[in-house]
Write a protein that binds this ligand. Sequence first.
Ligand code: NAD
Length: 360
Amino acid sequence: MDLLKTMHTMGHERVAFHQDPASGLKAIVAIHSTVLGNALGGTRRWAYASTNEALFDVLRLSEGMTYKAAAADLPMGGAKSVIILDEPGQQPTEAQGRAMGRFVNTFDGQYIAAEDVGVSPQFCDWMARETPHIMGGEAVSRGGDPSPWTAQGCFNSMKACLKFLGKPVSFANLTVGVQGCGATGYKLAKLLRDAGATVLVTDVHVPTMKRAVEELGCVALGNDRNLFTEKLDILAPCALGGVLDAKTIAGLNCAIVCGTANNQLLDPSADGVAIKKKGVLYSPDFVANAGGLIRLGGLYLGYTEAMVDQKVAKIEETTLAVLEESRTQDSTANAAIAYAKRRIAAGRTSGAKKPATVGV
Ligand code: NAD
């Protein structure tokens, strides 16, 4: 990859690599945009096949954070970081957490790290021993696990989808499929069950799926069935990115796709158009799953819990505005990007960038 050329095309401001021989840390921080303010984005620990794969992931994820923050109307930019593991399942260590914290500290608050796949509140607290620019811990930094807010935001986005389709905003007679019953999927399934929906669940980790069945009364989908071709009112991808491609979109048998997973469309441009042509309403992922960012970013910026909850509730209104806008566009995904880009452009012209906030 010609990195500078790719940064130019995707609009990244800064990409930094770091390796720390003492702890074995290998990490990349990508700051996509600070036009609207300093940028909060999770740290992902993953065993990538190559540095290029890790780089591609962090570039794509950080760009998504810019749109997520802008669409959520947070005075924040977009960034993300990845820690490259030597092998899958490698256990996190305090030494690596602290080395990552020192790396984050070099950005002087322009980048604020938090949890993502493979990073726990404990790891956030290890990072926070070295820098104030961490959210998502429970002892040294603040905020803890953001997944309850992510799940609530996604549920609010589902309400907007129902409204947009002219359906009653009631889950009582709906069947919803949830792929992945982890931190966000489980909580989303609970909200749906509490609202009266029938919830079909899948998870590659069988005990996780069993928990949703036993504790929430969800229905486990047998191995002979596929959630992506199942007749559903709503499909909620809450596991991996890239699950919607030409093949899965062609097989969809649901009215709405609205989940917590990041980067659900494998090719945002082509797959966004394909899902609209298929007649399935897709709630753009970065609009639907912004609740966790709103919670951690909001606390960092000094919002009260009530302000955070208000902004998470507003995801319903934002989803509806984006869906309305998509009527004249080729996809809801493109409508969401246009919506976010307008906010960023307004911030750029007004020079509204907020000063660095040390809130932890
Ligand atoms: P998690 O790791 O707690 O849960 C993911 C679950 O998906 C796990 O139980 C895993 O076993 C399961 N899974 C993996 N592959 C699967 C497959 N092919 N089929 C079915 N299940 C599968 O993660 P999470 O925090 O719930 O995050 C889920 C998604 O939401 C990720 O894409 C994440 O980036 C995104 N997201 C999470 C948050 C948050 O607040 N945690 C915020 C925004 C976006």
